[in-house]
Design a protein around this ligand. Structure first.
Ligand SMILES: Cc1cc2nc3c(=O)[nH]c(=O)nc-3n(C[C@H](O)[C@H](O)[C@H](O)COP(=O)(O)OP(=O)(O)OC[C@H]3O[C@@H](n4cnc5c(N)ncnc54)[C@H](O)[C@@H]3O)c2cc1C
Length: 325
């Protein structure tokens, strides 16, 4: 048995770990995020499997109640894909862009579940809860849209429909991003089984069991004609009618840079028990700390890095004082 002061060295080390159990611990995903479909985004650490949270919990620490994740903003992804969405600088299959380009999105029944424009504008904050709860979700596009993305790209296409630098703040990001490899990327997606293509909506729906898709598209097309979305309030410049075959459905899963949520602590980063009393010698820093990080992700640059670095500094000083008491 170790005493409190011996234990401190072990715990401060172990508790800095395992911030991203996305993709690496499906049981924790199911327990805290209610999905088994979250994948680790490029650069995520597959060694992070939630050990720190589990160890602190076993030692009597209480967990905070809200768990979340920091989603990859470069598109949907899929565990079946050989080139999933990562970052634009990496090779990735372009079809995953239709997981969050503002086009029609549906859930596993073929029903809409989100303001698609909000997901495109704020993929890391507003969208994260909705896409994880509805995973896998499906991006639905027709051939007109695919052609437009191959020739114009999202910036030209959307500004032609009324978006401006003033009212579409994320627009500049899409400037010059022409999806010129869609035909060859489609072959890969079809072969890997996460993309479906069909000449009718009924046939497309069958591919993934999206039973309400034809009805959803009929309603959605009415909104496109009216230039107004009374169901979710998606901006008219994101409404793109589904009318020209072939039609496509992209099966998307979310991916994460890191996960959030974990052990409850006080301001000295000491783990707390269920009575909010500190457990002597047990400190929790980084994204395993459920009092610093929880859902949703905030669109604040350095949100993760900042708290990870500062919490380590604070905990180290507190541990030093405790050892020398
Ligand atoms: C590609 C990418 C881009 C990112 N961009 C940003 C950004 O721009 N801004 C921002 O704020 N955040 C960003 N993040 C998130 C940020 O990097 C993380 O939130 C942060 O690094 C988490 O720090 P941490 O100390 O909690 O855990 P980690 O950095 O995950 O460190 C955990 C360490 O513990 C080790 N470990 C695992 N298991 C054990 C074990 N059993 N025993 C001992 N050691 C173990 C792991 O190998 C790892 O070294 C990004 C993340 C990624 C992956």
């Amino acid at each position: 048995m170790t005493n409190d002061k011996q234990r401190i060295t072990y715990w401060t080390k172990a508790s800095t770990s395992h911030s991203c159990w996305a993709g690496s611990n499906r049981d924790l995903q199911e327990k805290f995020l209610k999905t088994r479909k979250l994948n680790a985004a490029a650069g995520g650490n597959s060694l992070c499997t939630g050990d720190g949270i589990t160890m602190a919990s076993d030692a009597g620490a209480v967990l905070c109640k809200t768990f979340g994740y920091c989603p990859c903003e470069y598109g949907g992804t899929n565990a079946k894909a050989s080139r999933p969405a990562k970052q634009d600088k990496y090779d990735q299959n372009y079809w995953f862009k239709f997981g969050l380009y503002g086009n029609l999105l549906v859930d596993a029944e073929g029903k809409r579940f989100i303001n698609e424009g909000l997901l495109c504008d704020y993929p890391m904050s507003y969208g994260s809860e909705q896409i994880v709860l509805n995973a896998p979700w499906y991006g639905i596009v027709d051939q007109d849209y695919v052609d437009a993305m191959q020739t114009q790209g999202l910036y030209e296409y959307t500004t032609a429909k009324g978006a401006t630098a003033e009212n579409w703040f994320i627009g500049n990001y899409f400037k010059g991003r022409i999806l010129d490899k869609l035909p060859e990327d489609a072959e890969e997606g079809l072969a890997e089984g996460w993309l479906a293509k069909a000449d009718s909506l009924e046939e497309l729906a069958e591919a993934f069991g999206l039973k309400d898709l034809p009805e959803t598209v009929a309603k959605y097309n009415e909104y496109c004609d009216a230039g107004e979305d009374p169901q979710f309030g998606t901006s008219p410049w994101y409404l793109s009618k589904i009318q020209t075959p072939p039609f496509y459905a992209v099966q998307c899963e979310p991916s994460a840079w890191s996960t959030f949520g974990g052990v409850r602590t006080d301001d000295k980063l000491r783990a707390l028990d269920a009575e909010n009393q500190p457990l002597k010698g047990l400190y929790v820093v980084g994204t395993d700390n459920g009092s610093l990080y929880y859902s949703p992700y905030y669109d604040v640059p350095g949100y993760c890095y900042g708290l990870c670095i500062d919490s380590g500094y604070i905990a180290a000083n507190e541990a030093f004082d405790y050892i020398n008491m």
